[in-house]
Every structure is written in structure tokens, then in C-alpha cells.
Ligand binder design. Sequence first.
Ligand SMILES: NC(=O)c1ccc[n+]([C@@H]2O[C@H](COP(=O)([O-])OP(=O)(O)OC[C@H]3O[C@@H](n4cnc5c(N)ncnc54)[C@H](O)[C@@H]3O)[C@@H](O)[C@H]2O)c1
Length: 348
Amino acid sequence: MSVVLITGSHGLVGSESCFFFLKKGYEVIGIDNNIRKRFFGNDGNTNWIKKRLNKIKNYKHYNFDIRDEPKLKKLFHKYNKNISIIIHAAAQPSHDYAKDNIYLDFEINTKGSLNIFDNAHKFCPRAKIIHLSTNKVYGDNPNKFSFVESKTRIEPVNKKIKKNGFDENLNVDNSVHSFFGISKIYSDMLAQEYGKIYGLKIGIFRAGCLTGPNHSGASLHGFLSYLIKSCMVNRQYNIIGFKGKQVRDNLHSFDLINAFWEFIKKPKKGEVYNIGGGKYSNCSILEALNYIKTKTKNKIEITFNNSNRIGDHIWYISDLTKFKKDYPKWTISYKTKSIINEIIDKYK
Ligand SMILES: NC(=O)c1ccc[n+]([C@@H]2O[C@H](COP(=O)([O-])OP(=O)(O)OC[C@H]3O[C@@H](n4cnc5c(N)ncnc54)[C@H](O)[C@@H]3O)[C@@H](O)[C@H]2O)c1
């Protein structure tokens, strides 16, 4: 028996991972307690994904919190060395939510992650592990470059960065990370230590914007999904900072899981990768909005909040060179427009 353990199995990354490995014939066990609904209200409720997954024979769900060490230990003890792959995608994922919930964010993203890595080390040290990190570990260091503003977007002046994006050599020190960035940097570094010290085969993926129809987009997390949802249900959308010209790279969760799969086939011990849509798939909020309006012909009421969020990136595109060098077979199949089209179809 070969089991895949997926934390945050009802969220965007977790659920896409579940469907991917179930399709490949693995037995999948998921952990998720729908705490996302507590974070973000009804928009964040993931019960609709739960219903879909529960219909699949080889999926088994565990409804508890990854901070609950005794329960987690019992589960690892039960499946033990049969666990061959772990996707750790459970987290408090929002910059803004963390600001007012520092303890909760810290406990989930640090202690929750420690619980996963340490039990993996004790019970299934040969498992291949994926840890979801974020570009927020770099804090606002990307903002320290010079930028120019055009009609719909802001772009860096530095030609190399404009062409390729930010690579893994970006400094993580002396910047404003947000409390979320801090809890994530702990788990990111912790995962590296488990790789380097104990030899766990663990990949750390520092992601840009991850998206797709499986996201339960909410105002505080999942910008593209929430923007489209707002447009489809005629709800006002509030653009915070940078006149909507801030640029994000967007990776469909399907393409992300394919990157995980390449890593799993040829794993490394505690390696860090920037991952995202890169130069292939990115947009500013205004560009996304204009495309959604043209595509749906729906009106959307937009408000602008001129004060930028503290530590928010002005322009962030992931440089994918390192990952593509190590895993040349990985390709991106969705660009931002095709991702938007798919999410629009979900709300029709
Ligand atoms: N979506 C993005 O744009 C993005 C970008 C960069 C990094 N990431 C990282 O990727 C990972 C997955 O993100 P996502 O967008 O799929 O998030 P998500 O919120 O859609 O999914 C996370 C899931 O984990 C569950 N969860 C959270 N805390 C839990 C706990 N303590 N116990 C059990 N379940 C818990 C939630 O209920 C939710 O269903 C996170 O680590 C996030 O920081 C996401």
C-alpha cells in the first residue's frame, strides 16, 4: 500500500493534489478542519470540495487540526511507512488575517508544520515531502528595486529582473515581511533543516499567486478567484494600493501539482524553489479586471483604497530558472487568461 498524506486537503493546493494522486491510483488521506471558514467567513468555506472528495473511493478524510500533536501522531503511527508522499498545504494563508490574529497564524504555520515534519522524520523518513512556502519570506525586499509605471502596470527598471523575475538569491533579511511572512519563514527554514540535518527528501516551494477553480476565494486570500467571483455576483471589489497596477504571477494549481510530481520523481533534500506563473503568466489587478469585464460583459463596482498594504509587493514575478534547470520536463499549461476563463466557467 502506498499512501499520500495531504494536509489542507480541502483548500486550493490540497484539493488539486488529492484529485491528482487519486487519478494516479494512490490511496489518499486528507487532513482539513475547514478552519478556512473561521478565517474568511462563508467565502472561505471549503465544504463544497469536501463533498466532491468524499465521493471518491480511495479518499479518506481526517477532520482535525494539524496543531493537535497526539491525533497527528496516531495517524502517522497507523499509516507509518506506507506514507510515501506528503503534501503539506495546510496553513493560515493570509497576510492581512495574520495582522489581527498573530498567535493563531504563528501556531498553525510554525507548530503545525513542525508536527508534520517531525512525525514524518519518525514514522516515514523515506517519504517525499512538499512544503508550501511563499514569496512573502522575502518580505518587501522586491520593492527596493526601481520601478516605472505604465497605463496598466508597474514594471522594474532592471532589465534582467523584468525579463526573468526574482530568483532564490533575493535577501530575506532587513525587510517588512508581515506576521504571515514571519510564520512562513520559520516553516520554510525548518523544512530546509529537516532536509539538511535528517536527510528528509523535502522540497520547499516559495510560491507567487496560486489559483484555479478549486479556490474558495475570499477578500483576504485568493485574489483572482475572489475578483472573478465578485464580478460574477455583482459584488463591489476594493483595490488596495498601487492604483491596481501591482503585478502578480499566477500559477494554476494543476501546473503546480505537476511541478510537485517532477520533484517527487527526483527528490532533493531541503531544496528551495521559487515557483509561480513566472514570465509566462502574470498580470496587474487592472489588467485582470479589464479582461474579466470584457469576457463576462458584467459590470463590477470598483473602489480604490490609496494606502498600500504594509509590505505588499509592487511587482513580483517568480524566476523559474532553478526549478526548470533541475526539472526540465515541467511546463506551464495555463496562462493567466486561460485560468480566468476556467474560473469564470465555474461561476456560470
Ligand atoms: N494561494 C496562494 O496564492 C498561495 C501563494 C503562496 C503560498 N501559498 C501557500 O500554499 C499553501 C496552500 O495555500 P492554499 O491557497 O491552498 O490555501 P487554502 O486556504 O485554500 O487551503 C488551506 C487549507 O488548510 C486548512 N487548514 C488550515 N489550517 C489548518 C489546520 N491548523 N489544521 C487543519 N487544516 C487546516 C484550511 O481549512 C484550508 O482548507 C499555504 O501554505 C499557503 O501559504 C499559497
